[in-house]
Design a protein around this ligand. Structure first.
Ligand SMILES: [Zn+2]
Length: 372
């Protein structure tokens, strides 16, 4: 049975050709009195990236027992179309099968002139300004959903999720890599928050919108804060949003999910979402600027052995992968070892061992620094 303060609803995010509704479950914890920032956490927008559901399970178990000060909305299984898109033993679900567009690049970019908007509303107090700006973001989402020309399947799903996200002050989008170690996408203004999560590597991202949920959440608020600053007003960025990459896809690990739920609880405790004091895990944490996060593409096709361990520093002389070419046996191309031009920390690699020329084999951090 659900706890008294926990409500479950479903929202409809689309319809299948045969008419069945595509729905997403929403769990909402509502305290009697609200004094803390509201929280929105979603998981599994990419079909194979299931571990976030286990983290939400572990969060629910803890949040149900907590004395909450905030409304907390938890949305597992956020992309029914993607999650159900199986091929053989594998889940595809990274790209909309109709358009080929990445499901996490479909969020609405708010293209209105924020400077003009600010000048019109600058006489308001911070609280009113923030509430009105939030309304503006929400009405842009509604406009996209109600466009008389319609909107695509992917944009409809994304905008329904975005609408819920915009109502929160803290937004977490739970993903995984293909084969990956844990890492966090964190906007530059929020870097000190990276120290709360149980995640060793953080990508520090600038204020650029490329269609992802976290960017859709923080970009307009960051811009608003910058515009206010230009006009001599100190307005902190009202929303904090992160993408958490919780290791590899096609994997559920409940014990590990507890570790990540504990990290999230430490951050939420710091933000006064609930009363108990929760400390972050004592562990080293490292960062890398997004511009120094490099992709390594296969220079040739072949069968790959991924040699570099994820999350472990790799010097430039050490091999990253070996490339087996059984069509070239007996030549000097039968087995090649490939390394990178610089020292790095490999963060994730391609999931398959058979690769075409040009496949994105690894993503690695370079110029890594310690976060304190
Ligand atoms: Zn993802």
């Amino acid at each position: 049975m659900l706890a008294k303060k926990l409500k479950k609803t479903d929202i409809k995010v689309g319809e299948l050709a045969t008419g069945q509704a595509l729905t997403v479950p929403i769990y909402k914890l509502i305290p009697d009195e609200i004094s803390g920032p509201s929280v929105y956490i979603q998981a599994n927008v990419h079909g194979a990236e299931v571990q976030g559901n286990a983290v939400i399970f572990q969060l629910l178990k803890q949040l149900e027992q907590s004395h909450l000060n905030s409304v907390v909305t938890l949305v597992p299984l956020a992309n029914p179309m993607g999650i159900n898109q199986k091929s053989g033993e594998f889940t595809l679900g990274r790209f909309d099968p109709i358009t080929g567009v990445n499901w996490n690049r479909e969020y609405l970019e708010h293209e209105f002139d924020i400077e003009v908007w600010y000048l019109k509303h600058q006489h308001e107090t911070d609280d009113v300004l923030i509430a009105k700006f939030r309304d503006k973001l929400l009405s842009n989402c509604v406009e996209r959903l109600e466009n008389p020309w319609g909107t695509s399947t992917g944009k409809r799903l994304a905008t329904e999720l975005q609408k819920m996200g915009h109502q929160a002050d803290i937004v977490l989008d739970l993903h995984t890599g293909p084969k990956s170690c844990k890492h966090l996408y964190c906007p530059e203004y929020s870097l000190k928050d990276a120290g709360f999560f149980s995640i060793p590597y953080t990508l520090v991202i600038p204020n650029d919108f490329a269609g992802a949920m976290d960017e859709a959440m923080f970009c307009p608020w960051w811009k608003l804060s910058d515009v206010a600053k230009q006009f001599g007003r100190s307005l902190k960025v009202a929303v904090n949003a992160f993408t958490m990459e919780l290791a590899s896809q096609e994997r559920i690990d409940l014990e590990d999910a507890k570790v990540d739920a504990d990290g999230i609880m430490a951050y939420l405790s710091h933000r006064k979402v609930f009363d108990n004091n929760r400390q972050p895990l004592d562990m080293p944490r490292y960062g890398c600027l997004l511009k120094n996060y490099k992709k390594f593409h296969a220079p040739h096709a072949g069968m790959v052995e991924y040699l570099a361990e994820l999350g472990k520093p790799l010097s430039a002389d050490k091999p990253l992968v070996s490339l087996l070419r059984m069509d070239r046996y007996g030549t000097d191309e039968e087995l090649q070892y490939l390394s990178l031009p610089t020292r790095s920390v490999p963060i994730l690699h391609f999931a398959s061992a058979a690769v075409h020329q040009g496949t994105e084999l690894y993503k690695v951090m370079t110029d890594v620094f310690e976060i304190r």
